[in-house]
Design a protein around this ligand. Structure first.
Ligand code: ZN
Length: 317
């Protein structure tokens, strides 16, 4: 088995990982799998959407339709196999399992079986797409912690954080197949997932990078250069010029619904749309529940107590 690199983006959801993954997907030799954790669930119609980034059902996509059946025991239907994989994921790679995986490695049959499935899947994806670097934006820290135990794989970690107010704002708006969540709930998860992601990057500091989404938005080209350096790749492949990237069809297993967008795409500089519409209680929940990480990551209270124009208009009515 030839070695492959996995560029793993971890942290809490709605942190901008899908667009970063899709930018990297434009680099020759890179393949963005989206959120691979959900391949089996979505492939069997158990998840919130069953479409690949190419627009076809995962079971029809030329890449995933070939990979989904790998390792399925004889006699099990695709649905029964998906249920088996989901049971194992819940038993051993949830966020709460991160520290156990970091400390004990492949401890137990469920984890060993899951590691074997992930090893087979990453190698099959690399082989079928001719890739040397797989970008996985699953984010779930339990899955990320497992990567160093997979055969023939070298993981690199990006701990991606986004302002919890912007994340809460994103979660309050249901979008296509993604549901809504309160600011309290979103920020509680933000805290837990970021603590777990931090535990991983502390364990593997030389192949990890901490990144704020806001810093990517401020300098997208420079940030992609830094990610390429992290995994020992040449910056010549960086597809961003003047904040713009030309996106082609991808084969992502779920992610932000924007993943279906192709063509010239401009990376926006500012990420403060929450200021216009996130309510004051929701902003306070976000900054309170994310403390002390909020400050440690360099975020500031400014704007939290300033009422947005849309709220002001609503009150006047
Ligand atoms: Zn596809």
């Amino acid at each position: 088995m030839d070695g492959i690199k996995i560029l793993c983006i971890t942290g809490w959801c709605r942190n901008g990982s899908t667009i970063i993954g899709n930018v990297l997907n434009e680099i020759p030799g890179f393949f963005h799998v989206g959120e691979l954790h959900f391949l089996w669930k979505n492939g069997a119609g158990r998840g919130v959407n069953n479409l690949c980034g190419c627009g076809q059902a995962l079971t029809e996509c030329p890449i995933w339709s070939e990979i989904l059946p790998l390792g399925r025991p004889a006699g099990l239907s695709p649905e029964e196999y998906a249920d088996l994989v989901i049971r194992r994921q819940r038993a051993c790679v949830r966020t709460r399992h991160t520290w156990r995986v970091l400390g004990r490695g492949l401890d137990g049959k469920a984890l060993s079986d899951h590691a074997a499935l992930m090893t087979r899947t990453y190698h099959a994806a690399a082989e079928r797409t001719g890739s040397r670097v797989i970008v996985d934006t699953t984010k779930i820290p339990g899955e990320a912690a497992l990567l160093p135990y997979l055969e023939g794989v070298t993981p690199y970690y990006v701990h991606l954080v986004r302002d919890p107010r912007a994340v809460a704002h994103s979660w309050r708006q249901p979008k296509e197949y993604v549901y809504a969540m309160s600011s309290w709930m979103s920020t509680a998860y933000w805290h837990g997932f970021n603590l777990a992601a931090r535990a991983i990057t502390r364990r593997y500091p030389r192949r990890s990078l901490f990144l704020r989404y806001e810093d990517f938005a401020a300098d997208p080209q420079g940030t992609i250069d830094a990610l390429l350096r992290l995994c020992g790749e040449e910056s010549a492949g960086n597809p961003i010029r003047d904040r713009t990237v030309d996106l082609h069809t991808n084969h992502t297993v779920t992610g932000n619904p924007d993943r279906f967008r192709t063509g010239a795409t401009v990376i926006r500089d500012r990420d403060d749309s929450w200021k216009g519409s996130l309510t004051l209680p929701a902003r306070l929940a976000a900054v309170t529940l994310s403390t002390p990480l909020f400050h440690r990551y360099g975020y500031r209270y400014s704007g939290t107590l300033t009422t947005g124009s849309r709220n002001a208009e609503a009150r006047q009515r």
